[in-house]
Design a protein around this ligand. Structure first.
Ligand code: PLP
Ligand code: COI
Length: 339
């Protein structure tokens, strides 16, 4: 076994032993195959290469204090992938097949599930690509679905610590009626320049306003945004953001903790009224936001003067982690325990 420094893992790729694959050919899904190579061999005219017929997912599995492995909300990821498939004309993978492949990929790579004490997790990356050739713009007739896993640490340096974001109006991630609600590679390609500009300016991530009016809060890099004020959890309603499974979970947990929950358009000015704010996602978990700067107006919205996460962010983070690690009862049926 390689010496993996579990405690200091970054959010990156470390090779594991196996990945699992399934092909769509002649109008149906084939058998689940196990592969030990991390390469794929595809046709040079494959639609994923030319026309962006590509979807992915991201979820995590955790080694828990009781020694078991728990997978968080994989059914929701299966369903979101199906929604993405409908969005870009790819065949839908049935939920049972998705779940069976996730479980298989974890079991085959069990030695890469980080120990509980490390705070790291096994990141599971399902990928669906059009492999059939087309030169005209149309959907492929053949597809490859695969899942690889890799152990990861925190997405942002420091993990549960505040970092700063920047609004840059010169970039859009997704159009109001475009592909923002789907997890397709094109959205991430569209974000690369803004992300680089944000990093170069010393921010942890770029922050998007709605593409049409540049008035409302949209996506927070590769995560959803939430704000807290007056005992209320407030998160954007938008047709161009990814429906985050973490955000959905936090809305439930906020409500369990007695907070009101609002999902509605959030005008940029309202940022000045929030007591706390955070970015949320599988990779980001909750990444509390210290400050958001608006590059154009010069306005700064400060949520954490002392650099510490706020009390509600802390409570939500702890609740979420405790459910993921089997420390708190899974009252919402979110967790699959691998025996
Ligand atoms: N928004 C974007 C653009 C993302 O890439 C992700 C990550 O998957 C999220 C939000 C968070 O979604 P989830 O909580 O389902 O991981
Ligand atoms: C996730 O949170 O799973 C993401 O997909 C974020 C990023 C790595 C794309």
């Amino acid at each position: 076994m390689e010496n993996i420094d579990w405690k200091n893992l970054a959010f990156g790729y470390i090779p594991t032993d196996y990945n699992v694959r399934c092909y769509w050919r002649n109008g149906q899904w084939g058998e689940i195959e196990v592969s030990s190579t991390d390469s794929i061999n595809i046709h040079m005219a494959a639609t994923c290469l030319h026309y962006g017929q590509e979807a992915f997912e991201g979820l995590k599995a955790f080694r828990c204090p009781d020694g078991k492995i728990r997978i968080f909300r994989m059914k929701d990821n299966a369903e979101r992938l199906q929604s993405t498939c409908r969005g870009i004309m790819m065949p839908e993978l049935p939920t049972e097949r998705f779940e069976a492949m996730v479980e298989k990929a974890i079991r085959l790579n069990e030695r890469f599930v980080p120990p509980y004490e490390s705070g790291a997790a096994l990141y599971i990356r399902p990928l669906l690509i059009g492999t059939g050739p087309q030169v005209g713009v149309k959907p492929a007739e053949e597809y490859l679905f695969l899942i690889f896993v890799t152990p990861v640490g925190p997405y942002f340096k420091g993990g549960f610590a505040t970092t700063n974001y920047v609004i840059m109006r010169q970039y859009d991630r997704a159009a109001p009626l475009g592909t923002g609600t789907y997890k397709v590679g094109g959205n991430y390609a569209a974000s690369l320049r803004a992300n680089k500009a944000a990093h170069d300016a010393g921010y942890s991530c770029e922050f998007y306003l709605d593409a049409k009016e540049k008035k409302y809060i949209d996506e927070c890099g590769a995560a959803n945004f939430f704000g807290i004020k007056d005992n209320t959890y407030i998160t954007p309603k938008s047709t161009s953001i990814l429906p985050s499974i973490t955000n959905k979970s936090l809305q439930q947990l906020a409500s369990d903790l007695g907070l009101k929950v609002e999902c509605r358009p959030i005008p940029e000015e309202e940022l000045s009224t929030f007591e706390e704010a955070g970015a949320c996602g599988t990779a980001a978990v909750i990444s509390p936001i210290g400050r958001i700067d608006d590059m154009e107006s010069g306005q700064s919205y400060v949520f954490a003067k002392d650099g510490k996460p706020g009390p509600i962010c802390e409570r939500l983070y702890k609740r979420l982690r405790d459910i993921q690690y089997g420390i708190e009862p899974d009252t919402h049926g979110w967790v699959t325990v691998l025996d």
